[in-house]
Design a protein around this ligand. Structure first.
Ligand code: F6P
Length: 548
């Protein structure tokens, strides 16, 4: 049945019209226990979702929708290793990567756990060798710089987690990331580094991604120009991939390859060998803590009834605003500087997963799917875009993420940081009425400008302290939220065909830029732009060059 024809959907439609006139001020005034009753702790995470435009009835109707759309059965199917990524005929088993019990994890009649554990052991051995200075470069120097070359899921998770867990990292190791095909990033990251002390991790699930292969080839040149010998590659390059053939073709010995599998989606691969730079930075013990955190949230998601299931609740709230209130985006606001790449990470996580407009069986949807995800760490955003959150015309549900304990205690910084987080959630929810503004003695002409409508929803996601374990819980929480959203919208959250067209078009344009000969198939806009680039270019075209 089409989603919007479901009685559960239509009941929510009717209910949303009733609730549109409610104000959070009144909902809180009517129920002194609202803050507690609309809060839920799962493992170490407390989510307060009381500052949302919901009542008990809203939640009941949302849970009915989740049941009707088979969230429970799809959850079972994912953990059971069924091929729920139907367009790629693959299982979706990132939960196996952090599985901690002795139970097997099966897909295709095969327990994946022995290979998962073997790769983790290989990663730990490698990380220990780098961290202890035992891994020597081609000229006998220990490695000081680790540069991960990868993009998308082979970059954003490691970047986010390495930054998030910097406090726990070995500070004399310089772990850096290169993703953009813009040479500037590779050049700036390697500037001043000694190739003899530098090791590259080439991270690519497919080992065919053009940006990564281009950067890897230039990195190899940089190493070989300095060290002068092909045999240096073995000491300065390792690969993380599912594609051993391509790794070998590139010239990396597969003994220096860390494997993962097609049942790990790129944007869900942080706990696979793709997490190697994280492990090098924080060490195998901390990485194990990270996995345990993920596992704890996986277990919560797998076993808790929908009504007490945090990822389910967050997903339903997102559906509530996106489908019944016209919210176009969601903002993620971590009040912790170490989480400064968290929103960027879940930009890919959510938008590549749920940015779909056909259902699993190929029908065009008549409802909105994935929201735009964005965000910056607090308090910076407050002095930039919060104006629009408070007084703009758009409804933008916000997730505030905070920690009770600071990692870097300094004076009263943390108290101020936390006070700002709480203040923003209050301000958004309750606003400031015109009467309150007038009571402050504000001139009448300014009253409308200084009034805050409030009624702007937010979740407050509170954790005791940022540790590898709590980070794992937090990331798994968002991963499963994305999964539940996709199930409700009846889309495949695990493919990404939408990135393919641009890749193919770019290939043709590389040739045209090289030869200076635009294709007669081009549109007039592209031809005009190509001609202008040609005129302004500092590199002469190579009209006779083979098209490559
Ligand atoms: O182009 C999109 C994408 O396929 C992402 O899904 C993926 O995370 C990224 O490219 C990198 O892919 P790979 O790890 O195969 O290089």
């Amino acid at each position: 049945m089409n989603l919007t024809d479901r009685p559960e959907w239509q009941a929510l439609q009717t209910h949303s019209l009733q609730i549109k006139d409610a104000h959070l001020r009144d909902l809180f005034a009517a129920d002194a226990g609202r803050g507690v009753s609309f809060s839920l702790q799962a493992v170490d995470i407390l989510a307060d979702y009381s500052k949302n435009l919901i009542t008990d009835e809203t939640l009941e109707l949302l849970f009915k929708l989740a049941r009707a759309t088979q969230v429970e059965d799809m959850r079972r199917a994912m953990f059971a290793g069924e091929k729920i990524n139907t367009t790629e005929n693959r299982a979706v088993l990132h939960t196996a990567l952090r599985h901690q019990s002795d139970e097997p994890v099966m897909t295709d009649g095969h327990d994946v756990m022995p290979e998962v554990r073997a790769v983790l052991q290989k990663m730990a051995d490698f990380s220990n060798q780098i961290r202890s200075g035992q891994w020597l470069g081609h000229s006998g120097k220990p490695i000081k710089n680790i540069i991960n070359i990868g993009i998308g899921g082979s970059d954003l998770g490691p970047v986010m987690a390495t930054e998030a867990l910097k406090y726990y990292s070995q500070r004399d190791l310089n772990v850096q990331f290169v993703s953009n095909v813009d040479a500037t990033q590779l050049i700036e990251v390697t500037r001043g580094l000694d190739p003899a002390e530098t090791l590259f991790i080439i991270a690519s699930k497919t080992f065919t991604t053009d940006e990564t292969m281009t950067n890897a080839t230039s990195a190899r040149q940089w190493v070989l120009e300095a060290l002068g010998d092909e045999s240096a590659v073995a000491k300065h390059f390792v690969a993380v991939s599912t594609n051993s053939e391509k790794v070998r073709e590139f010239g990396i010995d597969t003994t220096n390859m860390f494997e993962f599998w097609d049942w790990v989606g790129g944007r869900y691969s942080m706990t696979s060998a793709i997490g190697l730079p994280i492990m090098v930075a924080i060490g195998p013990d901390n990485f194990q803590q990270l996995l345990e955190g993920f596992y704890a949230m996986d277990e919560h998601f797998k076993t808790a009834p929908l009504e007490q299931n945090l990822p389910v609740i967050l997903a339903l709230l997102s559906v509530w605003y996106g489908n019944f209130f016209g919210a176009e985006s969601e903002v993620i606001l971590p009040y912790d500087q170490y989480l400064h790449r968290f929103a960027a990470y879940f930009q890919q996580g959510n938008m590549e997963s749920n940015g779909k407009s056909v259902t699993k069986d190929g029908q065009v949807v008549n409802y909105h799917t994935g929201p735009v995800i964005w965000g910056e760490p607090g308090t910076n955003g407050q002095h930039a875009f919060y104006q629009l959150l408070h007084q703009g015309t758009r409804l933008i549900p916000a997730d505030f993420i905070g920690f009770a304990q600071p990692l870097n205690g300094l004076g009263n910084h943390h108290r101020k940081l936390t006070a700002n987080l709480l203040a923003q959630t209050q301000g958004l929810a309750f606003g400031k009425t015109a009467a309150e503004v007038r009571a402050d003695g504000v001139a009448e002409a300014l009253v409308p400008h200084r009034t805050f409508p409030g009624n702007r929803p937010s979740n407050t996601i509170l954790l005791p302290k940022l540790t590898p374990k709590t980070l794992g819980q937090l990331v798994a929480l968002y991963e499963h939220k994305i999964f539940v959203q996709g199930v409700i919208w009846n889309i495949n959250s695990f493919d990404q065909w939408g990135v393919e067209l641009g890749k193919v078009l770019a290939q043709g344009l590389v040739s045209q830029l090289k030869t200076g000969q635009p294709s007669d198939q081009n549109d007039s806009s592209t031809n005009n732009l190509l001609a202008t680039i040609q005129r302004w270019s500092s590199t002469p075209a190579e009209p006779d060059a083979a098209l490559s």
